[in-house]
Design a protein around this ligand. Structure first.
Ligand code: PMP
Length: 358
Protein backbone atom coordinates (compact mmCIF):
# COMPACT_ATOMS: atom_id res chain seq x y z
CA UNK A 1 0.00 0.00 0.00
CA UNK A 2 1.07 3.57 -0.60
CA UNK A 3 2.19 5.45 2.43
CA UNK A 4 3.81 8.43 0.82
CA UNK A 5 2.69 11.45 -1.15
CA UNK A 6 5.07 11.52 -4.09
CA UNK A 7 5.68 15.04 -5.45
CA UNK A 8 8.34 13.92 -7.93
CA UNK A 9 8.72 15.91 -11.15
CA UNK A 10 9.25 12.67 -13.05
CA UNK A 11 9.16 9.74 -13.14
CA UNK A 12 6.10 10.62 -11.17
CA UNK A 13 3.13 9.23 -9.33
CA UNK A 14 0.85 6.89 -11.31
CA UNK A 15 -2.81 6.20 -10.54
CA UNK A 16 -3.14 3.54 -7.84
CA UNK A 17 -5.78 1.67 -9.86
CA UNK A 18 -3.48 1.53 -12.88
CA UNK A 19 -0.71 -0.01 -10.80
CA UNK A 20 -3.15 -2.52 -9.37
CA UNK A 21 -4.42 -3.49 -12.80
CA UNK A 22 -0.84 -3.90 -14.08
CA UNK A 23 -0.13 -6.05 -11.04
CA UNK A 24 -3.21 -8.22 -11.61
CA UNK A 25 -2.25 -8.77 -15.23
CA UNK A 26 1.48 -9.02 -14.64
CA UNK A 27 1.86 -12.79 -14.88
CA UNK A 28 -0.77 -13.52 -17.50
CA UNK A 29 -2.03 -10.85 -19.86
CA UNK A 30 -5.52 -11.49 -21.12
CA UNK A 31 -5.32 -15.18 -20.14
CA UNK A 32 -2.41 -15.68 -22.51
CA UNK A 33 -0.21 -17.27 -19.86
CA UNK A 34 2.39 -14.62 -20.69
CA UNK A 35 3.27 -11.29 -19.14
CA UNK A 36 2.96 -8.19 -21.31
CA UNK A 37 6.74 -8.01 -20.88
CA UNK A 38 7.01 -11.41 -22.55
CA UNK A 39 4.76 -10.74 -25.54
CA UNK A 40 6.23 -10.45 -29.00
CA UNK A 41 5.68 -6.95 -30.32
CA UNK A 42 4.54 -8.65 -33.53
CA UNK A 43 1.77 -10.56 -31.73
CA UNK A 44 -1.86 -9.58 -32.17
CA UNK A 45 -2.11 -9.14 -28.41
CA UNK A 46 0.49 -6.39 -28.47
CA UNK A 47 -0.82 -4.89 -31.70
CA UNK A 48 -4.15 -4.45 -29.92
CA UNK A 49 -2.44 -2.73 -27.00
CA UNK A 50 -0.65 -0.15 -29.15
CA UNK A 51 -3.73 0.39 -31.35
CA UNK A 52 -5.90 1.00 -28.31
CA UNK A 53 -3.29 3.28 -26.74
CA UNK A 54 -3.33 5.41 -29.87
CA UNK A 55 -7.13 5.39 -30.16
CA UNK A 56 -7.51 6.45 -26.53
CA UNK A 57 -4.98 9.25 -26.90
CA UNK A 58 -6.72 10.48 -30.06
CA UNK A 59 -9.98 10.60 -28.16
CA UNK A 60 -8.51 12.28 -25.07
CA UNK A 61 -6.75 15.02 -27.05
CA UNK A 62 -9.24 15.19 -29.92
CA UNK A 63 -6.39 14.59 -32.37
CA UNK A 64 -7.53 15.25 -35.96
CA UNK A 65 -6.98 12.61 -38.67
CA UNK A 66 -4.28 14.63 -40.38
CA UNK A 67 -2.00 14.22 -37.36
CA UNK A 68 0.09 11.09 -36.83
CA UNK A 69 0.74 9.65 -33.38
CA UNK A 70 4.19 8.11 -32.94
CA UNK A 71 5.65 6.09 -30.06
CA UNK A 72 9.38 6.70 -29.89
CA UNK A 73 12.21 5.92 -27.45
CA UNK A 74 15.00 8.24 -26.39
CA UNK A 75 12.97 10.60 -24.20
CA UNK A 76 12.00 14.16 -24.91
CA UNK A 77 15.73 14.89 -25.13
CA UNK A 78 16.08 12.90 -28.35
CA UNK A 79 13.33 15.05 -29.84
CA UNK A 80 15.57 18.08 -29.32
CA UNK A 81 17.54 16.63 -32.27
CA UNK A 82 14.69 14.91 -34.11
CA UNK A 83 12.62 18.10 -34.42
CA UNK A 84 15.14 20.13 -36.44
CA UNK A 85 16.19 17.07 -38.43
CA UNK A 86 12.62 16.42 -39.50
CA UNK A 87 11.24 19.94 -39.77
CA UNK A 88 14.03 22.15 -41.06
CA UNK A 89 13.73 22.75 -44.79
CA UNK A 90 15.40 25.77 -46.39
CA UNK A 91 14.66 28.16 -43.53
CA UNK A 92 15.54 28.62 -39.90
CA UNK A 93 14.41 27.20 -36.58
CA UNK A 94 13.12 29.69 -34.00
CA UNK A 95 13.31 28.98 -30.28
CA UNK A 96 11.59 30.54 -27.29
CA UNK A 97 13.73 29.96 -24.24
CA UNK A 98 11.38 30.00 -21.27
CA UNK A 99 13.33 27.58 -19.12
CA UNK A 100 16.21 25.15 -18.90
CA UNK A 101 14.60 22.51 -21.13
CA UNK A 102 13.85 25.00 -23.90
CA UNK A 103 17.46 26.10 -23.73
CA UNK A 104 18.62 22.53 -24.16
CA UNK A 105 16.30 22.13 -27.15
CA UNK A 106 17.81 25.25 -28.72
CA UNK A 107 21.38 24.15 -27.97
CA UNK A 108 20.83 20.80 -29.65
CA UNK A 109 19.44 22.46 -32.78
CA UNK A 110 22.38 24.89 -32.78
CA UNK A 111 24.82 22.01 -32.39
CA UNK A 112 23.40 20.39 -35.50
CA UNK A 113 22.54 23.41 -37.63
CA UNK A 114 24.64 26.29 -36.29
CA UNK A 115 23.16 29.73 -36.81
CA UNK A 116 20.12 28.35 -38.56
CA UNK A 117 18.82 27.88 -35.01
CA UNK A 118 17.86 31.26 -33.61
CA UNK A 119 16.55 32.55 -30.28
CA UNK A 120 13.31 34.52 -30.62
CA UNK A 121 12.81 35.33 -26.95
CA UNK A 122 14.60 34.43 -23.74
CA UNK A 123 13.59 34.87 -20.11
CA UNK A 124 17.00 33.90 -18.67
CA UNK A 125 17.51 37.41 -17.28
CA UNK A 126 14.26 37.10 -15.35
CA UNK A 127 15.35 33.66 -14.13
CA UNK A 128 12.44 32.24 -16.13
CA UNK A 129 9.83 33.56 -13.72
CA UNK A 130 7.70 34.46 -16.74
CA UNK A 131 7.04 33.34 -20.30
CA UNK A 132 8.89 35.75 -22.62
CA UNK A 133 7.08 37.40 -25.49
CA UNK A 134 8.28 37.06 -29.07
CA UNK A 135 8.54 40.61 -30.41
CA UNK A 136 9.72 39.97 -33.93
CA UNK A 137 9.31 36.97 -36.15
CA UNK A 138 11.64 36.60 -39.14
CA UNK A 139 9.96 35.47 -42.34
CA UNK A 140 11.99 32.39 -43.12
CA UNK A 141 11.17 30.23 -40.12
CA UNK A 142 10.33 26.57 -40.64
CA UNK A 143 8.96 26.31 -37.10
CA UNK A 144 8.86 27.94 -33.68
CA UNK A 145 9.72 25.79 -30.68
CA UNK A 146 8.15 26.43 -27.28
CA UNK A 147 8.02 24.56 -23.97
CA UNK A 148 4.35 24.55 -22.99
CA UNK A 149 5.13 23.95 -19.33
CA UNK A 150 8.46 24.61 -17.68
CA UNK A 151 8.91 21.72 -15.30
CA UNK A 152 11.80 23.21 -13.35
CA UNK A 153 10.75 26.85 -13.15
CA UNK A 154 6.99 26.32 -12.80
CA UNK A 155 5.62 28.48 -15.61
CA UNK A 156 3.22 27.57 -18.39
CA UNK A 157 1.53 28.89 -21.52
CA UNK A 158 -2.15 29.26 -20.69
CA UNK A 159 -2.82 30.22 -24.29
CA UNK A 160 -0.81 29.11 -27.27
CA UNK A 161 0.32 32.06 -29.40
CA UNK A 162 0.07 31.90 -33.17
CA UNK A 163 2.65 33.34 -35.53
CA UNK A 164 1.06 33.50 -38.99
CA UNK A 165 1.24 30.02 -40.40
CA UNK A 166 4.54 29.06 -38.86
CA UNK A 167 4.16 25.61 -37.27
CA UNK A 168 4.45 25.68 -33.49
CA UNK A 169 6.42 22.79 -32.01
CA UNK A 170 5.76 22.19 -28.33
CA UNK A 171 7.68 20.23 -25.77
CA UNK A 172 4.61 19.24 -23.74
CA UNK A 173 6.41 16.78 -21.49
CA UNK A 174 5.09 18.18 -18.23
CA UNK A 175 1.54 19.20 -19.06
CA UNK A 176 0.30 16.98 -21.86
CA UNK A 177 -3.22 15.78 -20.93
CA UNK A 178 -3.56 18.32 -18.15
CA UNK A 179 -4.16 21.50 -20.15
CA UNK A 180 -6.95 22.35 -22.56
CA UNK A 181 -4.77 22.85 -25.61
CA UNK A 182 -6.09 22.38 -29.14
CA UNK A 183 -3.86 20.04 -31.15
CA UNK A 184 -4.72 22.08 -34.27
CA UNK A 185 -2.64 24.96 -32.88
CA UNK A 186 0.52 22.87 -33.20
CA UNK A 187 2.68 21.41 -35.94
CA UNK A 188 4.32 18.96 -33.57
CA UNK A 189 3.72 18.05 -29.94
CA UNK A 190 6.13 15.81 -28.09
CA UNK A 191 6.23 14.54 -24.54
CA UNK A 192 8.19 12.04 -22.52
CA UNK A 193 5.76 9.69 -20.79
CA UNK A 194 7.16 9.69 -17.29
CA UNK A 195 5.06 12.53 -15.87
CA UNK A 196 1.46 12.42 -17.04
CA UNK A 197 1.38 9.31 -19.20
CA UNK A 198 3.15 6.32 -17.71
CA UNK A 199 6.57 4.88 -17.00
CA UNK A 200 9.76 6.25 -18.57
CA UNK A 201 10.75 4.66 -21.86
CA UNK A 202 8.23 5.94 -24.36
CA UNK A 203 7.89 9.41 -25.85
CA UNK A 204 4.75 10.49 -27.64
CA UNK A 205 5.11 12.56 -30.81
CA UNK A 206 2.04 14.01 -32.48
CA UNK A 207 2.91 15.44 -35.88
CA UNK A 208 0.89 17.13 -38.61
CA UNK A 209 1.06 14.95 -41.70
CA UNK A 210 2.16 17.63 -44.14
CA UNK A 211 5.25 18.38 -42.05
CA UNK A 212 6.70 14.91 -42.49
CA UNK A 213 9.32 15.14 -45.19
CA UNK A 214 10.93 12.62 -47.54
CA UNK A 215 14.63 12.59 -46.81
CA UNK A 216 17.50 10.17 -47.14
CA UNK A 217 19.61 12.11 -44.70
CA UNK A 218 17.80 11.56 -41.43
CA UNK A 219 19.05 8.54 -39.45
CA UNK A 220 16.37 5.85 -39.61
CA UNK A 221 15.53 5.88 -35.92
CA UNK A 222 15.19 9.67 -35.85
CA UNK A 223 13.08 9.92 -38.98
CA UNK A 224 9.38 10.48 -38.25
CA UNK A 225 8.56 8.74 -41.53
CA UNK A 226 10.05 5.48 -40.22
CA UNK A 227 7.51 5.51 -37.40
CA UNK A 228 4.62 6.50 -39.65
CA UNK A 229 5.39 3.77 -42.18
CA UNK A 230 5.84 1.04 -39.58
CA UNK A 231 3.14 1.96 -37.07
CA UNK A 232 5.94 2.81 -34.59
CA UNK A 233 7.27 -0.75 -34.96
CA UNK A 234 10.29 -0.51 -37.22
CA UNK A 235 12.14 -2.06 -34.30
CA UNK A 236 11.03 -3.28 -30.89
CA UNK A 237 9.03 -0.56 -29.16
CA UNK A 238 9.03 -0.13 -25.35
CA UNK A 239 6.16 -2.57 -24.97
CA UNK A 240 5.57 -2.41 -21.23
CA UNK A 241 5.68 1.39 -21.13
CA UNK A 242 3.12 1.55 -23.96
CA UNK A 243 0.90 -0.94 -22.13
CA UNK A 244 0.93 1.13 -18.92
CA UNK A 245 0.27 4.28 -20.95
CA UNK A 246 -2.80 2.56 -22.38
CA UNK A 247 -4.02 1.83 -18.84
CA UNK A 248 -3.45 5.46 -17.84
CA UNK A 249 -5.43 6.63 -20.89
CA UNK A 250 -8.28 4.30 -19.89
CA UNK A 251 -8.19 5.70 -16.36
CA UNK A 252 -8.36 9.24 -17.78
CA UNK A 253 -11.28 8.39 -20.07
CA UNK A 254 -13.17 6.83 -17.15
CA UNK A 255 -12.68 10.01 -15.12
CA UNK A 256 -14.11 12.20 -17.87
CA UNK A 257 -10.99 13.07 -19.88
CA UNK A 258 -8.83 16.16 -20.07
CA UNK A 259 -11.58 18.66 -19.24
CA UNK A 260 -12.15 16.96 -15.88
CA UNK A 261 -8.40 16.83 -15.25
CA UNK A 262 -8.08 20.54 -15.92
CA UNK A 263 -10.80 21.24 -13.34
CA UNK A 264 -9.16 18.99 -10.79
CA UNK A 265 -5.71 20.43 -11.47
CA UNK A 266 -7.05 23.96 -11.13
CA UNK A 267 -8.50 23.02 -7.78
CA UNK A 268 -5.30 21.33 -6.56
CA UNK A 269 -2.97 24.08 -7.78
CA UNK A 270 -5.42 26.81 -6.64
CA UNK A 271 -5.39 25.49 -3.07
CA UNK A 272 -1.60 25.32 -2.96
CA UNK A 273 -1.04 28.78 -4.48
CA UNK A 274 -3.59 30.23 -2.05
CA UNK A 275 -1.75 28.68 0.90
CA UNK A 276 1.56 30.05 -0.39
CA UNK A 277 0.14 33.54 -1.04
CA UNK A 278 -1.54 33.75 2.37
CA UNK A 279 1.49 32.67 4.33
CA UNK A 280 4.28 34.83 5.70
CA UNK A 281 6.81 32.05 5.36
CA UNK A 282 6.41 30.66 1.85
CA UNK A 283 6.71 32.53 -1.42
CA UNK A 284 6.14 31.72 -5.08
CA UNK A 285 9.02 32.83 -7.31
CA UNK A 286 6.83 32.89 -10.43
CA UNK A 287 4.82 35.78 -11.90
CA UNK A 288 1.15 35.09 -11.16
CA UNK A 289 -0.20 35.06 -14.71
CA UNK A 290 2.29 32.41 -15.82
CA UNK A 291 1.89 29.99 -12.94
CA UNK A 292 1.97 26.33 -13.89
CA UNK A 293 -0.78 24.00 -12.73
CA UNK A 294 1.51 21.00 -12.70
CA UNK A 295 4.83 22.13 -11.22
CA UNK A 296 4.65 24.51 -8.28
CA UNK A 297 7.90 25.83 -6.84
CA UNK A 298 7.86 27.65 -3.52
CA UNK A 299 10.60 29.03 -1.35
CA UNK A 300 11.41 29.88 2.26
CA UNK A 301 13.78 32.85 2.60
CA UNK A 302 15.93 31.13 5.23
CA UNK A 303 18.13 28.24 4.01
CA UNK A 304 18.22 26.52 7.38
CA UNK A 305 14.41 26.56 7.61
CA UNK A 306 14.20 25.23 4.07
CA UNK A 307 16.33 22.27 5.10
CA UNK A 308 14.22 21.69 8.18
CA UNK A 309 11.03 21.89 6.14
CA UNK A 310 12.25 19.30 3.67
CA UNK A 311 13.48 17.04 6.44
CA UNK A 312 10.23 17.16 8.41
CA UNK A 313 8.16 16.81 5.25
CA UNK A 314 10.11 13.70 4.32
CA UNK A 315 9.53 12.22 7.76
CA UNK A 316 5.82 12.83 7.39
CA UNK A 317 5.69 11.05 4.03
CA UNK A 318 5.79 14.06 1.68
CA UNK A 319 8.59 12.93 -0.59
CA UNK A 320 10.50 14.41 -3.55
CA UNK A 321 9.59 17.97 -2.60
CA UNK A 322 13.10 19.37 -3.02
CA UNK A 323 13.21 22.02 -5.73
CA UNK A 324 15.50 21.70 -8.73
CA UNK A 325 19.04 22.79 -7.84
CA UNK A 326 18.79 25.77 -10.22
CA UNK A 327 15.76 27.21 -8.35
CA UNK A 328 16.24 25.89 -4.81
CA UNK A 329 13.49 25.66 -2.21
CA UNK A 330 10.63 23.27 -2.83
CA UNK A 331 8.69 22.10 -5.84
CA UNK A 332 5.40 20.23 -5.68
CA UNK A 333 4.62 18.44 -8.93
CA UNK A 334 0.88 17.90 -9.12
CA UNK A 335 0.35 15.81 -12.23
CA UNK A 336 -3.01 14.25 -13.08
CA UNK A 337 -2.49 11.20 -10.88
CA UNK A 338 -1.59 13.23 -7.81
CA UNK A 339 -4.63 13.11 -5.48
CA UNK A 340 -6.38 16.20 -4.09
CA UNK A 341 -6.11 14.69 -0.63
CA UNK A 342 -2.31 14.78 -0.86
CA UNK A 343 -2.42 18.51 -1.61
CA UNK A 344 -4.74 19.13 1.33
CA UNK A 345 -2.44 17.20 3.64
CA UNK A 346 0.62 19.07 2.38
CA UNK A 347 -1.11 22.39 3.05
CA UNK A 348 -1.99 21.33 6.62
CA UNK A 349 1.61 20.36 7.16
CA UNK A 350 2.85 23.68 5.71
CA UNK A 351 0.55 25.62 8.06
CA UNK A 352 1.62 23.57 11.05
CA UNK A 353 5.29 24.11 10.18
CA UNK A 354 4.73 27.85 9.86
CA UNK A 355 2.69 28.13 13.08
CA UNK A 356 5.33 26.24 15.03
CA UNK A 357 7.76 28.95 14.09
CA UNK A 358 5.47 31.93 14.56
N1 PMP B 1 11.46 18.65 -21.51
C1 PMP B 1 10.80 18.89 -20.37
C2 PMP B 1 9.83 20.02 -20.30
C3 PMP B 1 11.04 18.08 -19.25
O1 PMP B 1 10.41 18.31 -18.11
C4 PMP B 1 11.96 17.01 -19.36
C5 PMP B 1 12.23 16.05 -18.22
N2 PMP B 1 12.14 16.49 -16.97
C6 PMP B 1 12.63 16.84 -20.56
C7 PMP B 1 12.35 17.65 -21.63
C8 PMP B 1 13.64 15.72 -20.74
O2 PMP B 1 12.92 14.56 -20.86
P1 PMP B 1 13.62 13.14 -21.03
O3 PMP B 1 14.22 12.81 -19.71
O4 PMP B 1 12.43 12.27 -21.38
O5 PMP B 1 14.61 13.23 -22.13
Amino acid sequence: MKKTWNFSAGPAVLPQTVLEKAQQELLSYNDSGMSVMELSHRSSLFQNIIDEAEAHLRKLMDIPDNYKVLFIQGGASLQFAAVPMNLLKEGKAGYVISGSWGKKAYQEAAKLYGDRAIILADSSKEKHTLIPEVKEVPEDLDYIHITSNNTIEGTAYHEIPTWNDIPVVADMSSNILSANYDVRDFGVIYAGAQKNIGPAGVTIVIVREDLIKESNEIPTMLDYKTYVDSGSMYNTPPTFAIYVAKLVFEWLLDLGGVAEMVKLNQEKAGLLYKAIDESNLYASPVQTEFRSLTNIPFTIADDELTKQFLQEAQERGFVNLKGHRSVGGMRASLYNAFPLEGVQELISFMKEFENNRG
